[in-house]
Ligand binder design. Structure first.
Ligand code: SF4
Length: 235
């Protein structure tokens, strides 16, 4: 049966395959954080979002407890998103530098944002089984993002953090792509066999990474400047 964005979104949002994560996402949504005590938390798996014709596919780790587990949109409503959308806006991939809610008017150009995990994990650590459970959703997104693969010579999968990077490699190998051992390093760019676009690695823009200086804005901007050059002007 032909897959569609509508079917995929429905399957993601209604998924209850990982009991530990179902319990955690719902508990976080029920208990809330004091600053958001009046908010109506999403508390469900979070689907990817953006331009279905994108050549840039950004893959993160999983929803933040009080970020996208609250707002229902990837990287929306927490400090990781503040860093990511500011960088995307500077190079023309996002219509605005901030993302606060699903209805905040933000649009992405030539860019789609997703993650290897759809449910917030305790301590930001999904198990390998939970990641395996969730990988088919990323596979289906990548299959629907035909533009990224049709333009394999210019398209990019950007993995934010080592877990996302390893998750993308795992998915590719499950799909029969013959890959050598590829090392995670900030800014590393690896061409993949056609029809796959290049794989680029970056440190995750988590608060921990930005506050410790492991990831500076200049380092993050450099990754997006390279991608911008690779993709050329916004279509
Ligand atoms: S992490 Fe993925 S597979 Fe597990 S319950 Fe959430 S959506 Fe389903």
């Amino acid at each position: 049966m032909t897959d569609t964005w509508e079917k995929l979104t429905h399957d993601i949002i209604t998924c209850r395959r990982c009991p530990r994560l179902v319990a955690w996402r719902e508990e976080v949504a029920r208990v809330k954080r004091r600053a958001y005590r009046d908010a109506d938390y999403w508390g469900k798996p979070v689907p990817g979002f953006g331009d279905p014709g994108a050549r840039l596919v950004i893959v993160g780790l999983a929803p933040g407890a009080h970020g996208s587990n609250r707002t229902g949109r990837m990287f929306t409503g927490d400090s990781s998103g503040d860093t990511l959308f500011a960088a995307l806006h500077r190079v023309g991939f996002a219509s605005q530098p901030v993302a606060t809610a699903r209805d905040d008017g933000l649009t992405l150009h030539d860019t789609f944002i997703t993650a290897v995990g759809r449910c917030v994990p305790p301590k930001n650590k999904p198990t390998s089984q939970e990641l395996a459970n969730c990988r088919p959703f990323l596979a289906r997104e990548l299959a629907l993002l035909t533009h990224a693969r049709a333009r394999a010579s210019t398209g990019v999968i950007l993995a934010l953090g080592r877990i996302a990077f390893d998750g993308v490699l795992h998915l590719l190998r499950e799909q029969g792509v013959n890959l050598p051992s590829l090392a995670f390093a900030h800014g590393a760019t690896y061409p993949l066999p056609a029809p796959w676009p290049a794989l680029v690695a970056s440190y995750h823009p988590s608060r921990q990474n930005t506050q410790t200086g492991r990831l500076t804005m200049a380092m993050f901007d450099a990754v997006f400047d390279d991608i911008r050059t690779r993709l050329g002007p916004v279509p």
